[in-house]
Design a protein around this ligand. Structure first.
Ligand SMILES: *Cc1c(COP(=O)(O)O)cnc(C)c1O
Length: 347
Protein backbone atom coordinates (compact mmCIF):
# COMPACT_ATOMS: atom_id res chain seq x y z
CA UNK A 1 0.00 0.00 0.00
CA UNK A 2 2.72 2.53 0.81
CA UNK A 3 3.27 4.99 -1.96
CA UNK A 4 5.94 6.67 0.03
CA UNK A 5 8.99 7.80 -1.88
CA UNK A 6 12.41 6.43 -1.03
CA UNK A 7 15.06 8.60 -2.63
CA UNK A 8 18.56 7.16 -2.88
CA UNK A 9 21.36 9.60 -3.58
CA UNK A 10 23.92 7.79 -5.73
CA UNK A 11 26.17 10.85 -5.73
CA UNK A 12 26.37 10.65 -1.92
CA UNK A 13 27.21 6.93 -2.10
CA UNK A 14 30.02 7.60 -4.57
CA UNK A 15 31.31 10.44 -2.46
CA UNK A 16 31.27 8.21 0.65
CA UNK A 17 33.22 5.53 -1.20
CA UNK A 18 35.81 8.07 -2.33
CA UNK A 19 36.07 9.49 1.20
CA UNK A 20 36.59 6.02 2.71
CA UNK A 21 39.08 5.19 -0.05
CA UNK A 22 41.09 8.32 0.77
CA UNK A 23 41.45 7.20 4.41
CA UNK A 24 43.83 4.41 3.43
CA UNK A 25 47.15 4.56 1.56
CA UNK A 26 47.21 4.41 -2.23
CA UNK A 27 48.52 0.86 -2.11
CA UNK A 28 45.38 -0.29 -0.28
CA UNK A 29 42.48 -1.21 -2.53
CA UNK A 30 38.96 -0.19 -1.53
CA UNK A 31 36.23 -2.67 -2.41
CA UNK A 32 32.48 -2.31 -1.82
CA UNK A 33 30.12 -4.53 0.17
CA UNK A 34 26.78 -4.73 -1.65
CA UNK A 35 25.22 -7.72 0.10
CA UNK A 36 21.48 -7.82 0.90
CA UNK A 37 20.73 -5.74 -2.21
CA UNK A 38 23.30 -3.14 -1.14
CA UNK A 39 21.82 -2.85 2.35
CA UNK A 40 18.36 -2.66 0.86
CA UNK A 41 19.13 0.23 -1.49
CA UNK A 42 19.69 -1.50 -4.86
CA UNK A 43 22.79 -3.59 -5.57
CA UNK A 44 22.68 -3.22 -9.35
CA UNK A 45 22.34 0.56 -9.48
CA UNK A 46 24.87 1.08 -6.70
CA UNK A 47 27.52 -1.36 -7.98
CA UNK A 48 27.36 0.23 -11.38
CA UNK A 49 27.86 3.73 -9.97
CA UNK A 50 30.68 2.62 -7.68
CA UNK A 51 32.42 0.99 -10.64
CA UNK A 52 32.34 4.40 -12.35
CA UNK A 53 34.38 5.97 -9.55
CA UNK A 54 36.87 3.11 -9.38
CA UNK A 55 35.52 0.17 -7.35
CA UNK A 56 36.67 -3.09 -8.95
CA UNK A 57 35.96 -5.61 -6.19
CA UNK A 58 32.58 -6.34 -4.68
CA UNK A 59 31.40 -8.51 -1.80
CA UNK A 60 28.00 -10.13 -1.41
CA UNK A 61 26.61 -12.77 0.95
CA UNK A 62 25.31 -15.40 -1.47
CA UNK A 63 26.09 -16.76 -4.92
CA UNK A 64 22.65 -15.60 -6.12
CA UNK A 65 23.43 -12.03 -5.09
CA UNK A 66 26.75 -12.30 -6.91
CA UNK A 67 25.11 -13.59 -10.04
CA UNK A 68 22.72 -10.61 -10.06
CA UNK A 69 25.45 -8.01 -10.06
CA UNK A 70 27.68 -9.96 -12.47
CA UNK A 71 25.28 -9.22 -15.31
CA UNK A 72 25.41 -5.51 -14.47
CA UNK A 73 29.13 -5.21 -13.83
CA UNK A 74 30.49 -7.17 -16.77
CA UNK A 75 33.35 -9.67 -16.76
CA UNK A 76 36.14 -7.58 -15.26
CA UNK A 77 34.86 -6.94 -11.73
CA UNK A 78 35.80 -9.41 -9.01
CA UNK A 79 32.89 -10.61 -6.94
CA UNK A 80 33.52 -12.37 -3.63
CA UNK A 81 30.97 -14.51 -1.78
CA UNK A 82 31.03 -14.33 2.05
CA UNK A 83 29.07 -17.57 2.49
CA UNK A 84 31.78 -19.39 0.54
CA UNK A 85 31.21 -22.55 -1.46
CA UNK A 86 27.96 -24.07 -0.20
CA UNK A 87 26.60 -27.43 -1.34
CA UNK A 88 24.73 -27.11 -4.62
CA UNK A 89 26.35 -23.78 -5.58
CA UNK A 90 29.27 -24.99 -7.71
CA UNK A 91 27.64 -24.31 -11.04
CA UNK A 92 26.35 -20.83 -10.21
CA UNK A 93 29.79 -19.92 -8.82
CA UNK A 94 31.41 -21.12 -12.01
CA UNK A 95 28.91 -19.66 -14.45
CA UNK A 96 28.95 -16.22 -12.87
CA UNK A 97 32.71 -16.29 -12.20
CA UNK A 98 32.23 -15.72 -8.47
CA UNK A 99 35.02 -16.14 -5.95
CA UNK A 100 33.89 -17.99 -2.83
CA UNK A 101 35.54 -17.13 0.48
CA UNK A 102 35.97 -20.64 1.83
CA UNK A 103 34.97 -20.89 5.46
CA UNK A 104 35.91 -24.41 6.50
CA UNK A 105 37.83 -27.54 5.51
CA UNK A 106 34.55 -28.98 4.17
CA UNK A 107 34.10 -26.03 1.85
CA UNK A 108 37.70 -26.32 0.72
CA UNK A 109 37.29 -29.99 -0.17
CA UNK A 110 34.10 -29.18 -2.06
CA UNK A 111 35.85 -26.42 -3.97
CA UNK A 112 38.96 -28.43 -4.85
CA UNK A 113 36.80 -31.35 -6.01
CA UNK A 114 34.14 -29.47 -7.95
CA UNK A 115 35.99 -26.41 -9.23
CA UNK A 116 39.69 -27.30 -8.93
CA UNK A 117 40.88 -24.67 -11.40
CA UNK A 118 38.62 -21.82 -10.26
CA UNK A 119 39.91 -19.10 -7.93
CA UNK A 120 38.91 -18.91 -4.29
CA UNK A 121 39.57 -16.86 -1.18
CA UNK A 122 39.57 -17.83 2.48
CA UNK A 123 37.80 -16.33 5.47
CA UNK A 124 39.54 -16.86 8.81
CA UNK A 125 37.93 -16.73 12.20
CA UNK A 126 40.03 -14.53 14.49
CA UNK A 127 37.66 -14.31 17.44
CA UNK A 128 34.17 -13.52 16.25
CA UNK A 129 33.23 -17.21 16.24
CA UNK A 130 30.73 -16.79 13.46
CA UNK A 131 32.19 -17.79 10.13
CA UNK A 132 35.62 -18.80 8.97
CA UNK A 133 38.45 -21.31 9.20
CA UNK A 134 39.71 -22.03 12.68
CA UNK A 135 43.41 -21.36 13.08
CA UNK A 136 44.44 -25.03 13.29
CA UNK A 137 42.31 -25.97 10.28
CA UNK A 138 43.88 -23.20 8.24
CA UNK A 139 47.39 -24.36 9.20
CA UNK A 140 46.44 -27.82 7.99
CA UNK A 141 45.03 -26.38 4.77
CA UNK A 142 48.33 -24.56 4.10
CA UNK A 143 50.19 -27.80 4.72
CA UNK A 144 47.99 -30.04 2.57
CA UNK A 145 47.21 -27.65 -0.29
CA UNK A 146 50.58 -25.96 -0.82
CA UNK A 147 49.99 -25.39 -4.52
CA UNK A 148 46.54 -23.85 -3.98
CA UNK A 149 47.04 -20.14 -3.41
CA UNK A 150 44.00 -18.13 -2.23
CA UNK A 151 43.23 -14.94 -4.16
CA UNK A 152 42.47 -13.18 -0.92
CA UNK A 153 42.43 -13.98 2.79
CA UNK A 154 40.04 -12.06 5.02
CA UNK A 155 38.79 -11.92 8.57
CA UNK A 156 36.12 -9.78 10.22
CA UNK A 157 36.22 -7.62 13.35
CA UNK A 158 33.54 -8.07 15.99
CA UNK A 159 33.90 -4.71 17.79
CA UNK A 160 35.29 -2.29 15.21
CA UNK A 161 32.63 0.33 15.95
CA UNK A 162 34.17 0.72 19.41
CA UNK A 163 37.67 2.14 19.15
CA UNK A 164 38.78 1.26 22.67
CA UNK A 165 37.67 -2.36 22.62
CA UNK A 166 40.50 -4.83 23.31
CA UNK A 167 38.98 -7.33 20.94
CA UNK A 168 40.17 -5.11 18.06
CA UNK A 169 43.84 -5.40 18.98
CA UNK A 170 43.42 -9.08 19.83
CA UNK A 171 41.92 -9.82 16.43
CA UNK A 172 44.52 -7.66 14.67
CA UNK A 173 47.29 -9.65 16.32
CA UNK A 174 45.64 -12.99 15.57
CA UNK A 175 45.12 -12.04 11.90
CA UNK A 176 48.70 -10.78 11.54
CA UNK A 177 50.10 -13.93 13.17
CA UNK A 178 48.06 -16.40 11.14
CA UNK A 179 48.79 -14.67 7.83
CA UNK A 180 52.43 -13.67 8.41
CA UNK A 181 53.82 -16.23 5.96
CA UNK A 182 51.29 -15.63 3.20
CA UNK A 183 52.05 -13.72 0.04
CA UNK A 184 48.44 -13.28 -1.14
CA UNK A 185 46.42 -10.08 -0.48
CA UNK A 186 44.87 -9.68 2.96
CA UNK A 187 41.77 -7.83 4.19
CA UNK A 188 40.51 -7.23 7.73
CA UNK A 189 38.71 -3.87 7.74
CA UNK A 190 35.07 -3.10 7.04
CA UNK A 191 33.81 0.45 7.70
CA UNK A 192 34.72 0.36 11.39
CA UNK A 193 38.17 -1.08 10.69
CA UNK A 194 38.95 1.67 8.17
CA UNK A 195 38.29 4.24 10.90
CA UNK A 196 40.37 2.32 13.49
CA UNK A 197 43.52 3.17 11.52
CA UNK A 198 46.05 2.12 8.93
CA UNK A 199 47.36 -0.91 10.81
CA UNK A 200 43.95 -2.50 10.16
CA UNK A 201 43.95 -1.84 6.40
CA UNK A 202 46.37 -4.50 5.04
CA UNK A 203 45.88 -4.79 1.23
CA UNK A 204 42.16 -4.20 0.91
CA UNK A 205 39.35 -2.52 2.84
CA UNK A 206 35.72 -3.59 2.37
CA UNK A 207 33.28 -0.96 3.58
CA UNK A 208 29.53 -1.51 3.56
CA UNK A 209 27.48 0.67 5.92
CA UNK A 210 29.71 3.73 5.53
CA UNK A 211 28.87 3.85 1.82
CA UNK A 212 25.19 4.06 2.72
CA UNK A 213 25.62 6.91 5.17
CA UNK A 214 25.65 4.93 8.41
CA UNK A 215 27.63 4.87 11.67
CA UNK A 216 30.42 4.48 12.55
CA UNK A 217 31.42 6.67 9.55
CA UNK A 218 30.33 9.95 11.13
CA UNK A 219 31.39 12.12 8.20
CA UNK A 220 29.29 10.11 5.75
CA UNK A 221 26.96 12.03 3.49
CA UNK A 222 23.34 11.03 4.06
CA UNK A 223 22.09 8.76 1.30
CA UNK A 224 18.38 8.15 1.85
CA UNK A 225 15.29 10.28 2.16
CA UNK A 226 11.96 8.70 2.96
CA UNK A 227 8.81 10.72 2.45
CA UNK A 228 5.36 9.36 3.34
CA UNK A 229 1.99 10.61 2.11
CA UNK A 230 -0.55 11.85 4.63
CA UNK A 231 -3.71 9.98 3.68
CA UNK A 232 -6.08 11.23 6.36
CA UNK A 233 -6.27 13.61 9.30
CA UNK A 234 -8.76 13.49 12.13
CA UNK A 235 -9.61 15.59 15.16
CA UNK A 236 -9.82 13.91 18.57
CA UNK A 237 -11.43 15.18 21.73
CA UNK A 238 -9.68 14.53 25.06
CA UNK A 239 -9.79 10.89 26.23
CA UNK A 240 -10.14 9.47 22.72
CA UNK A 241 -7.40 6.99 21.82
CA UNK A 242 -5.43 6.04 18.71
CA UNK A 243 -4.52 2.76 17.10
CA UNK A 244 -4.21 -0.89 18.10
CA UNK A 245 -4.27 -1.44 21.82
CA UNK A 246 -5.42 2.17 22.29
CA UNK A 247 -1.95 2.95 23.65
CA UNK A 248 -2.10 6.70 22.95
CA UNK A 249 -4.75 8.92 24.50
CA UNK A 250 -5.48 12.54 23.67
CA UNK A 251 -5.07 14.81 26.69
CA UNK A 252 -6.19 17.88 24.77
CA UNK A 253 -8.12 18.43 21.55
CA UNK A 254 -5.73 16.79 19.09
CA UNK A 255 -5.12 16.37 15.41
CA UNK A 256 -3.82 13.03 14.20
CA UNK A 257 -2.38 12.46 10.71
CA UNK A 258 -2.38 8.96 9.25
CA UNK A 259 0.60 8.20 7.00
CA UNK A 260 0.83 5.44 4.45
CA UNK A 261 3.65 3.11 5.57
CA UNK A 262 3.97 0.67 8.40
CA UNK A 263 5.95 -2.23 9.74
CA UNK A 264 5.50 -4.11 6.46
CA UNK A 265 7.57 -1.28 4.97
CA UNK A 266 10.33 -1.55 7.54
CA UNK A 267 9.01 1.03 10.00
CA UNK A 268 9.23 -1.43 12.83
CA UNK A 269 6.73 -1.62 15.70
CA UNK A 270 9.44 -0.66 18.16
CA UNK A 271 9.08 2.88 16.75
CA UNK A 272 5.58 3.00 18.28
CA UNK A 273 5.21 5.90 20.67
CA UNK A 274 8.95 6.69 20.40
CA UNK A 275 10.04 7.85 16.96
CA UNK A 276 9.27 11.16 15.27
CA UNK A 277 8.33 12.14 11.75
CA UNK A 278 9.09 15.56 10.24
CA UNK A 279 6.62 17.97 8.66
CA UNK A 280 8.75 20.42 6.65
CA UNK A 281 11.37 20.20 9.37
CA UNK A 282 9.03 20.26 12.40
CA UNK A 283 9.12 17.09 14.53
CA UNK A 284 5.82 15.28 15.11
CA UNK A 285 5.72 12.26 17.44
CA UNK A 286 4.30 8.93 16.37
CA UNK A 287 1.08 8.50 18.35
CA UNK A 288 0.23 4.94 19.33
CA UNK A 289 1.32 1.76 17.63
CA UNK A 290 2.77 1.40 14.17
CA UNK A 291 0.49 -0.94 12.23
CA UNK A 292 1.24 -3.00 9.13
CA UNK A 293 0.48 -0.34 6.52
CA UNK A 294 -0.07 2.84 8.53
CA UNK A 295 1.40 5.07 11.17
CA UNK A 296 -0.41 7.75 13.12
CA UNK A 297 1.28 10.99 14.05
CA UNK A 298 0.35 13.80 16.45
CA UNK A 299 0.22 16.98 14.35
CA UNK A 300 -1.79 19.12 16.77
CA UNK A 301 0.97 21.74 16.91
CA UNK A 302 1.16 22.28 13.14
CA UNK A 303 -0.51 25.22 11.45
CA UNK A 304 -0.51 23.50 8.06
CA UNK A 305 -0.72 19.78 7.47
CA UNK A 306 1.60 18.96 4.56
CA UNK A 307 0.75 16.35 1.94
CA UNK A 308 3.89 14.42 2.83
CA UNK A 309 5.96 13.99 5.94
CA UNK A 310 9.52 12.68 6.17
CA UNK A 311 10.87 9.97 8.43
CA UNK A 312 14.40 9.89 6.96
CA UNK A 313 15.61 13.37 6.07
CA UNK A 314 18.05 16.13 6.88
CA UNK A 315 16.70 16.30 10.44
CA UNK A 316 16.71 12.56 11.06
CA UNK A 317 19.43 10.18 9.89
CA UNK A 318 19.10 6.43 9.60
CA UNK A 319 21.06 6.07 12.83
CA UNK A 320 18.89 8.54 14.73
CA UNK A 321 15.74 6.73 13.66
CA UNK A 322 17.36 3.41 14.55
CA UNK A 323 18.27 4.74 18.00
CA UNK A 324 14.69 5.75 18.65
CA UNK A 325 13.58 2.23 17.81
CA UNK A 326 16.34 0.53 19.81
CA UNK A 327 18.15 -0.89 16.79
CA UNK A 328 20.97 -0.03 14.36
CA UNK A 329 21.06 1.73 11.00
CA UNK A 330 21.88 -1.55 9.21
CA UNK A 331 18.57 -3.06 10.29
CA UNK A 332 16.53 -0.01 9.32
CA UNK A 333 18.09 0.18 5.84
CA UNK A 334 17.84 -3.50 5.01
CA UNK A 335 14.22 -3.57 6.20
CA UNK A 336 12.94 -0.79 3.96
CA UNK A 337 10.76 -3.03 1.84
CA UNK A 338 9.44 -3.02 -1.69
CA UNK A 339 6.36 -0.83 -1.53
CA UNK A 340 8.03 2.54 -1.88
CA UNK A 341 8.55 4.38 -5.13
CA UNK A 342 12.29 4.23 -5.39
CA UNK A 343 14.00 7.20 -6.97
CA UNK A 344 17.68 7.37 -7.73
CA UNK A 345 19.37 10.75 -7.93
CA UNK A 346 22.93 11.71 -8.74
CA UNK A 347 23.53 9.23 -11.58
C1 LIG B 1 28.85 -7.01 6.13
C2 LIG B 1 30.30 -7.28 6.12
C3 LIG B 1 31.22 -6.27 5.80
C4 LIG B 1 30.82 -4.81 5.69
O1 LIG B 1 30.66 -4.31 7.00
P1 LIG B 1 30.20 -2.81 7.31
O2 LIG B 1 30.22 -2.75 8.79
O3 LIG B 1 28.83 -2.67 6.76
O4 LIG B 1 31.17 -1.91 6.67
C5 LIG B 1 32.55 -6.62 5.66
N1 LIG B 1 32.96 -7.90 5.86
C6 LIG B 1 32.12 -8.89 6.21
C7 LIG B 1 32.64 -10.27 6.43
C8 LIG B 1 30.76 -8.62 6.36
O5 LIG B 1 29.92 -9.61 6.71
Amino acid sequence: MSNGTLTIDLEAIKSNWLALDSMSNNTVETAAVVKANAYGLGAKQISLELAKVGARKFFVASAEEGSEIRATLGEEAKIYIFSGHLAGKSSILQQSKLIPLLNSPEQNIRHQQNLPTEPFGVQLDTGMNRLGFERADFAEFLELYKEKIPELVISHLACADNKGDHQNTNQLKAFSDITSELSCPLSLAATGGIILGKEYHFDMCRPGIGLYGGAPFKEAKPVVNLSLPVIQTRALVPEESVGYGATWTAHRPSLIATLSAGYADGLIRAMSGRAVVYANGTPCPIAGRVSMDLITVDVTHLTDIPEHMEILCEQQSVDQLADEAGTIGYEILTGLGNRYNRKYTGV
